[in-house]
Design a protein around this ligand. Structure first.
Ligand code: AMP
Length: 205
């Protein structure tokens, strides 16, 4: 049995067609049900649909063999126990630093509001910039406007959300897209099955 963990939300809608092209289908009744473990057209493959941030956790601990999640989530989680095998090239965006002006970045200790605390800390540490990272779960754009932080680290696609809140994109940290990761132990024990799936998906990208 192979278990694949998929991220809920915007990635899921773009992932299902890729899996279908590779020969893996989930019936609408399964997708629309309240079941957490979904059957597929193949007896030996099951799919679980969970929060994006939980995907690397399930894969790292072997509760899923394969996972599909954004690079933002994977960077934040760390690579422990995971192999990243494929860039699916979907849900593309950028992880960026944004503020009301570039002057805001000139601080002895930069206050950074973000959901991506590890990525933000790593980025500023690599530049030799001392920072205080404030963890938020949403509405990051508000933080610099109300004086909670000097800047934010967040995902930017069109830039419209930043613009609507009077922020400008400044430093580019990482290009983000969805990646296929595997549990490193599964990769040894189920090597052929996993390789076949990865190749089937890659051939149809
Ligand atoms: P935009 O206004 O198009 O720049 O989109 C920015 C908002 O959408 C931010 O709140 C991001 O957190 C979210 N966002 C954009 N692209 C993605 C993505 N690929 N995955 C997850 N969230 C995203």
């Amino acid at each position: 049995m192979l278990t694949i963990a998929l991220s809920k939300g915007r990635i899921l809608n773009q992932t299902l067609p890729l899996l279908k092209k590779a020969g893996l289908e989930i019936a609408n009744e399964e997708l629309n049900s309240r079941k957490l473990i979904l059957d597929t057209n193949l007896d030996d493959v099951k799919v679980i649909i969970i929060r994006a941030t939980d995907v690397p956790v399930f894969v790292q601990h072997g509760a899923a063999d394969i996972g599909i999640a954004g690079k933002d989530v994977l960077l934040e989680h760390g690579a422990n126990g995971l192999f990243e095998l494929l860039d699916l090239g979907i849900a593309k965006c950028k992880l960026m630093v944004a503020a009301t002006s570039d002057k805001q970045l000139e601080q002895n200790i930069l206050k950074v509001a973000t959901k991506y605390v590890n990525s933000a800390r790593n980025y500023f540490e690599s530049k030799g910039q001392s920072c205080e990272v404030i963890k938020l779960y949403g509405a990051m754009e508000l933080a610099p406007v109300v004086g909670l932080s000097h800047c934010i680290v967040d995902l930017v696609d069109t830039g419209n959300t930043l613009k609507a809140n009077g922020l400008i994109p400044l430093d580019h940290i990482e290009n983000i897209s969805s990646r296929l990761v595997v549990n490193s132990a599964s990769f040894k024990t189920k090597n052929l099955q996993i390789k076949n799936w990865v190749e089937a998906i890659e051939d149809n990208l």
